[in-house]
Design a protein around this ligand. Structure first.
Ligand SMILES: Cc1cc2nc3c(=O)[nH]c(=O)nc-3n(C[C@H](O)[C@H](O)[C@H](O)COP(=O)(O)O)c2cc1C
Length: 205
């Protein structure tokens, strides 16, 4: 088996983020399994997984957490500190990773609520982006993201696809520009064929 190692011996981190509420029957998770295996075979990774529907760290924000985002740590109340703790963990974990796999089902033309909640937790000034005189600048450089998108009937790349553009905008916002989309759309038409085509794309990465 061919493996490549970084010269400085620092093992790269692969962070996989699953965002389907379905587990056993999820096609995006199934394709993410194939991609994870493929990447782990080609390079030595330390792999972390976040499951936005089944991970208790992924929560909706509230007044305390949002206030804490803009309050220096030593001035936060204990309630604010507690409310922002999961965001601190997830944002710094995300910022430290090198390569990402997002498995992203389309729900009502956008990403699932769980993924949106996760994105709101990891997009943090001072951790994943910073404010400058010229506006916000992403802090995550030299990263690679793979985004697997599944849809039932909607064709990706059309005007009603609010997943592809959103994922690109959000990743670019954090500084991640090397993005590979793996489309698995219109599954309802012919699931087997659509999954086979996406698997082939992954195997050719
Ligand atoms: C609540 C809900 C909303 C959905 N909305 C859309 C949609 O807007 N467009 C679409 O093409 N498919 C839609 N689908 C179908 C899913 O995108 C499709 O089943 C996909 O395979 C889900 O990913 P998963 O298999 O990883 O769970 C929806 C499914 C559910 C359950």
């Amino acid at each position: 088996m061919k493996r490549s190692f970084q010269i400085n011996n620092k093992m790269k981190t692969l962070l996989r983020i699953d965002s389907s509420p379905r587990k056993q029957t999820s096609i995006s998770r199934q394709l993410a399994d194939v991609l994870q295996e493929k990447l782990e075979k080609s390079e030595q990774f330390s792999t972390l997984k976040r499951d936005v529907y089944y991970d208790e760290l992924v929560t909706l924000g509230n007044e305390d957490s949002v206030t804490a985002y803009f309050t220096p740590e030593d001035q936060q109340t204990s309630t604010q500190r507690e409310a922002v703790a999961s965001s601190n963990i997830l944002a710094s974990e995300f910022s430290k990773a090198d390569t990402y796999i997002f498995s992203v089902p389309m729900y009502n033309f956008g990403v699932t609520a769980g993924l949106k909640a996760y994105i709101d937790l990891i997009s943090r000034a001072g951790i994943s982006f910073k404010y400058t005189e010229n506006g916000p600048v992403g802090l995550l450089e030299n990263k690679k993201a793979y985004v697997i998108i599944t849809t039932g009937g909607t064709k990706l790349g059309t005007g009603v696809d609010h997943v592809t553009g959103y994922m690109k905008t959000f990743l670019n916002f954090l500084g991640i520009t090397d993005i590979e989309f793996i489309n698995s759309d219109q599954i309802m038409a012919d699931a087997e064929q659509v999954i086979a085509k996406a698997t082939e794309i992954i195997n050719n990465i």
